[in-house]
Design a protein around this ligand. Structure first.
Ligand SMILES: [Zn+2]
Ligand SMILES: [Zn+2]
Length: 381
């Protein structure tokens, strides 16, 4: 489309727009691409002024060459342009897995060059313009096709100077014909330009990255310190647990030895290992707890007999599942114990969890003390 309508004609080395010259062949212009004569179409209100090749040929460079040269001429004449914006985010991960982020931004600003060189040979490619400012250079590429130029970008990124692209491929004939619109698109419009390589941007990114790395190393050191403390605390906790476990094991072993010794004097009878016998023993230990241990005791969750309150283990059985829990006896036990035991499931559970007791409770205490009040009605509640 662009290739057919050519916006600029060349005469004596100068570019003209179609409305600036006479109509038709009288314009005296040639194509900036192929140097063949052009026909100016600038008559009629509905015609957007443009040139066409006078004789059709296979030249497709008329549009590109003309617009590019006109843009470079503007740069050379004005010696200033808007630099592209730059927005990037620097990310650095900490050892803890946190992502530190900082945005780096260059605002679009107008820069002024000391001199502007046109169409500079850079080895494998041309800089369409090179702006010089003291010892710095800015290479400018004018893009006039929709094609991506990855290879050119790669080559430009390898050079030691900053480079940018001004993309004019989407400009309409009307925009190109209007000098103000064209100048805005070439020199100032932030949307037509982007950095290929920004030395200043790279420096800013490096500084930002260094700052984030420093922050990350501080956070890492702090994290390591905390990690070491956490590990030490965990180790101490584990050691305390192990110690407690070992002490408990020792205490249990001592307890078992004592049980065996006591079993000589208080061996469990056959009757003790029946549901009926077990019911009687449970009742007896409850009465003993009330009378001899001040109403306090620990109850074995296996055999359900009560041991003295200061005991950590069941005095009577060695069931694997045995644990003791503190209990407080109701003062009405003596008057209600028979009723309680009649409907209690404890004797059966006791036989199931601890079929054989190591020793039987010493019943001397409860036997020697009065176990029943004189009258049930007077029993304390
Ligand atoms: Zn041509
Ligand atoms: Zn027990």
């Amino acid at each position: 489309m662009h290739e057919n309508k050519i916006p600029f004609g060349e005469r004596d080395g100068t570019l003209f727009r179609a409305h600036e010259v006479e109509n038709g062949l009288r314009c005296g212009c040639v194509c900036p691409g192929c140097q063949q004569p052009l026909n100016a179409a600038n008559n009629g209100e509905r015609v957007v002024p443009h040139f066409r090749h006078a004789k059709s040929n296979d030249c497709f460079d008329g549009f590109r060459e003309g617009v590019r040269r006109a843009a470079v001429a503007l740069l050379a004449q004005q010696k200033q342009l808007m630099l592209p914006a730059l927005t990037e985010t620097v990310r650095v991960a900490t050892q803890e897995g946190r992502l530190l982020e900082q945005k780096v931004e260059l605002q679009p600003v107008i820069t002024t060059a000391d001199t502007v060189e046109r169409f500079v040979d850079l080895g494998n490619l041309r800089g369409h313009a090179v702006l010089h400012q003291s010892d710095r250079q800015l290479i400018i590429r004018i893009k006039l096709s929709a094609r991506m130029e990855h290879e050119r970008y790669r080559q430009l990124e390898g050079l030691k100077h900053s480079s940018m692209e001004i993309d004019l491929h989407h400009l309409t004939l009307e925009q190109i014909n209007d000098p103000a619109s064209f100048e805005h698109a070439v020199l100032y419009d932030p949307t037509t330009r982007h950095w290929i390589r920004s030395i200043r941007g790279e420096r800013l990114l490096t500084i930002t990255e260094q700052r984030l790395r420093l922050l990350a190393s501080e956070l890492n050191a702090q994290w390591h310190l905390e990690q070491t403390e956490r590990e030490a605390a965990e180790k101490a906790r584990q050691a305390a647990l192990d110690k407690e476990k070992a002490e408990l094991q020792l205490a249990l072993e001592a307890h078992r030895a004592r049980q065996i010794q006591m079993a000589d004097e208080q061996p469990a009878t056959e009757q003790d290992n029946t549901v009926q016998g077990r019911a009687e023993l449970i009742a007896e230990t409850m009465l003993t707890a009330l009378q001899a241990w001040n109403g306090k005791a620990v109850e074995c969750n296996a055999c359900h007999l009560l041991s003295p309150p200061e005991y950590s283990f069941c005095l009577y059985c060695d069931a694997q599942t045995s644990k003791v829990n503190p209990v407080t006896l109701s003062p009405d036990i003596p008057s209600t114990i028979h009723k309680r035991m009649r409907c209690s499931a404890k004797p059966t559970m006791s036989m199931k969890a601890a079929p054989r007791l190591l020793l039987r409770p010493d019943l001397a205490v409860s036997a020697s003390a009065p176990t029943t009040p004189t009258s049930q009605e007077d029993a304390p509640q």
